[in-house]
Design a protein around this ligand. Structure first.
Ligand code: SAM
Length: 210
């Protein structure tokens, strides 16, 4: 299911990547029995709603990008992405410590180098290096997210808000305020998740001067 789902978006997964994602799913289910990491619990939902949904970003982020994931929860989208794009340099931020401890455990088990999980609020993040891409999924409204992400990205970097079907309409409403912040919506990509057909959208935001 995972390989077919990824192939729908032109992504060929290696045996090693599938093994790592399977290990991640196993850990997620194990930890979820004790602590509440995610409401998505069945194998099919983990594969489609968490893994494939996260992997779609691989089409839009360059292989060795510096990526910040804000409000990453149990590691989405950053961990699946890092598994299939090993040269990515990832900073994953979440305000809930147990989620970050879980992510560090997964990173150690899988052997993810260049992956840092940071416990704290994104507003307080002061990275040494600016990001090529700042992403979030199911995190906040576009304006709040863009306000946090702006200071974390390179002038030519991009902000990617992973949304449901409401993405285009929300982006349209946010446009004016984004412009006042020196930002602009550069694209909205819409797609459906394989097998279940749920609508998703990616809202791309860039600096007006970048
Ligand atoms: N991105 C993950 C996903 O798609 O499964 C998790 C989404 S969850 C709905 C939102 C996450 O944002 C939570 O894990 C929460 O702890 C985190 N969060 C909320 N406000 C935050 C903040 N200001 N800084 C960092 N993390 C925050």
């Amino acid at each position: 299911m995972l390989e077919c789902g990824a192939a729908d978006f032109g992504l060929q997964l290696s045996f090693d990547q599938v093994e790592k994602l399977a290990l991640y799913a196993k850990e997620l289910k194990k930890w979820n029995r004790k602590i509440n990491l995610t409401a998505i619990k069945s194998d099919e939902d983990i594969v489609i709603k968490h893994f494939v949904d996260s992997l779609v970003l691989a089409k839009f982020v360059k292989a060795d990008a510096m990526l910040v994931d804000i409000g990453s929860g149990a590691g989405f989208p950053c961990i699946p992405l890092k598994i299939i794009m090993p040269a990515l340099r990832v900073t994953s931020v979440d305000a809930v410590e147990k989620k970050i401890i879980f992510q560090r455990n997964v990173a150690r088990l899988i052997g993810l180098a260049g992956f840092e999980a940071v416990h704290g609020r994104a507003e307080q993040l002061q990275p040494d290096n600016k990001a090529d891409a700042v992403v979030s999924r199911a995190f906040s409204d576009i304006l709040t997210f863009a306000g946090m992400a702006k200071g974390l990205m390179k002038p030519e970097g991009m902000i990617i808000a992973m949304k449901g079907k409401e993405g285009r309409e929300e982006a349209e409403h946010a446009k004016g305020k984004l412009e006042q912040m020196g930002l602009t919506v550069s694209a909205v990509e819409e797609f459906r998740l394989p097998s279940i057909g749920d609508a998703r959208s990616l809202v791309f935001i860039r600096s007006k001067t970048g």
